[in-house]
Write a protein that binds this ligand. Structure first.
Ligand code: FAD
Length: 389
C-alpha cells in the first residue's frame, strides 16, 4: 500500500476545492437545461487541469491515476456532470500515458506510440482539445467483447462505421476515441475520430434523469475517416489494458464518491440550520440518520482509498476483487446516502431547485456504467473465489 495523500496531490485537490463553489453555483442551471458546463471547463482549462494526467515534460500537471482519483472526487462534490465528463477526457490522456507505459509493446510500436501520444498531449495543452470515450454500443457489456463498430483500413488511415450510445461530450469533444474492430482481426482498435470528420453524425435527444450536463447523445459514424496517426494504442493494446490494467474501469467511481460528499455537505447545512431552515441537529432521529449516512460514506471512501493504495499493472486476483468491490460500493452508496438524506432533510429537499433533489438523481446513474456496471460487477464478485480464478 502506498501513501495516497502526497503534498502535490493535496495542492491539486485544493485548487479544485477553490473553484468548487463556482461550479456548484452553476450546477443547477446545467441540470435544468441539460447543458454542458462550458464555463467550468474554461476554468479547468485556465488552471491547467485539462493536462492533469499529462507529464510535466509535455506541459501537463504530471498527475497519475491516484491524483486523478482524488481530483475527480473533489470535482464530483461540486458538479457531477463536470466530474463525469472530465473522466472521459482525462482517462484518455492517462490511457496513452501512465497505463500504456506499463503495457508490453515492441520497440517499433513504442516509438510510434510515443510520437502519437505526444501529438495528442500537444493538442490538449496547446489547443485545449477535449477528448471523449464513446465505447458503449448497447449491445454487449464486456470490456473487449463484441464491439460492432468496424474500421476498414484505407490509404492513410481507416474508414469507421458504427454507432455508439451515451457518448458523453458528444457535441463538445474534439476527438471521439472509439473502440472498434477490423474485419478478420480479433484485437480491439482504439481510434480517435476527429469530431469534424465527414460522416460523424450526432443523433437523438438528451433528456435524462440525472447527469444531465454530460451531453451524452448517440454518435453514428458513417464511413468517417480516421488518420492512421490517430490510432492511439497499437492493435491489441486496448485488450492488454483490459486484462492487465483493469483499474481503468474504476475511473468513473470517484465522481460518485464526490457526490456522496456533496450530499453530506447539504445535510450538514440543513441540520445546522444554515440552509434557511431552523436548526435540527439536536433531534435524536436526525442524529441517527446522519450517523447512518456518515457510516455509509466512510465505508465507501475507505474501500476506494484502499484500492488506490494498490493501483497498478497486473493486480492479483484479490486486488481485482477489491476493485470490483470498491466500484459496487461507490456506485450503490451514492444513491443510498442520497436517499437517507431525503429522509433526514424532509419534503422540502424534494422541491426544485433543491440541490439534494439533483444529487439524488445524479447519484442513481452510477450503477449503470458499463462495462463495470453494478450488475456485471456483482455477477463477477458472486463467482470469484468459488471457481477457478
Ligand atoms: C450519464 C451517462 C453517461 C454515459 N457516458 C458514457 C460514455 O461517455 N461512454 C460510454 O462508452 N458509455 C457511456 N455511458 C453508457 C453506460 O456505460 C452504459 O453503457 C449504458 O448505461 C448501458 O445502457 P443500458 O443499461 O440500457 O444497457 P444494457 O446493456 O441493455 O444493460 C441493461 C442492464 O443489464 C445489465 N447487464 C448488461 N449486461 C449484463 C451482463 N452480462 N451481466 C449482468 N448484467 C448485465 C446492465 O448493467 C444494466 O443494468 C453513459 C451512461 C450514462 C447514464
Amino acid at each position: 500500500m502506498s501513501e495516497i495523500w502526497t503534498s502535490r496531490r493535496r495542492e491539486l485537490v485544493a485548487s479544485i476545492a477553490q473553484m468548487g463553489p463556482a461550479f456548484a453555483a452553476r450546477a443547477g442551471e446545467v441540470d435544468r437545461e441539460a447543458a454542458f458546463p462550458h464555463e467550468n471547463y474554461a476554468d479547468l482549462r485556465e488552471a491547467g487541469f485539462l493536462g492533469l494526467c499529462i507529464p510535466e515534460s509535455h506541459g501537463g500537471l504530471g498527475g497519475d491515476f491516484v491524483t486523478y482519483a482524488l481530483v475527480s472526487e473533489e470535482l464530483g462534490r461540486h458538479c457531477g456532470s463536470t466530474a463525469l465528463t472530465f473522466n472521459m477526457h482525462t482517462a484518455t490522456t492517462m490511457l496513452v500515458g501512465q497505463i500504456a507505459d506499463d503495457l508490453d509493446m515492441t520497440d517499433e510500436e513504442r516509438a510510434v506510440h510515443e510520437e502519437r501520444r505526444s501529438e495528442l498531449w500537444r493538442g490538449v495543452i496547446a489547443e485545449g482539445r477535449l477528448h471523449a470515450q464513446p465505447f458503449s454500443e448497447g449491445l454487449a457489456p464486456g470490456e473487449t467483447a463484441g464491439f460492432a463498430a468496424r474500421a476498414v483500413p484505407v490509404d492513410g488511415g481507416y474508414l469507421l462505421t458504427g454507432r455508439k450510445v451515451f457518448a458523453s461530450l458528444s457535441e463538445v469533444a474534439d476527438l471521439h476515441n472509439v473502440t472498434c474492430m477490423v474485419e478478420g482481426d480479433d484485437r480491439v482498435r482504439f481510434l480517435g475520430v476527429p469530431a469534424d470528420a465527414d460522416g460523424v453524425i450526432i443523433e437523438g435527444d438528451w433528456d435524462p434523469l440525472g447527469m444531465r450536463g454530460t451531453n451524452s447523445r448517440n454518435l453514428v459514424f458513417d464511413g468517417a475517416f480516421v488518420p492512421a496517426e490517430n490510432e492511439f494504442l497499437p492493435p491489441g493494446g486496448f485488450d492488454q489494458m483490459a486484462t492487465r490494467w483493469p483499474y481503468f474501469y474504476t475511473t468513473l467511481t470517484f465522481t460518485y464518491l464526490g457526490i456522496q460528499r456533496a450530499v453530506l455537505d447539504y445535510t450538514t447545512d440543513y441540520l445546522r440550520g444554515e440552509g434557511g431552515t431552523s436548526e435540527r441537529r439536536d433531534m435524536p432521529q436526525k442524529q441517527h440518520g446522519w450517523a447512518q449516512m456518515r457510516l455509509a460514506w466512510e465505508r465507501s471512501q475507505a474501500l476506494t482509498y484502499r484500492m488506490l493504495g494498490e493501483v497498478g499493472v497486473d493486480p492479483s486476483p484479490e486486488q481485482l476483487r477489491r476493485a470490483w468491490a470498491a466500484t459496487v460500493t461507490a456506485m450503490e452508496t451514492a444513491p443510498e446516502v442520497a436517499s437517507l438524506a431525503v429522509r433526514v432533510c424532509g419534503g422540502r429537499s424534494l422541491l426544485r431547485p433543491s440541490v439534494l433533489e439533483r444529487l439524488y438523481r445524479d447519484a442513481r446513474c452510477g450503477a449503470t456504467m458499463l462495462p463495470w456496471s453494478v450488475e456485471v460487477t456483482m455477477e463477477r464478485l458472486g463467482r470469484a473465489g468459488l471457481y477457478d480464478d
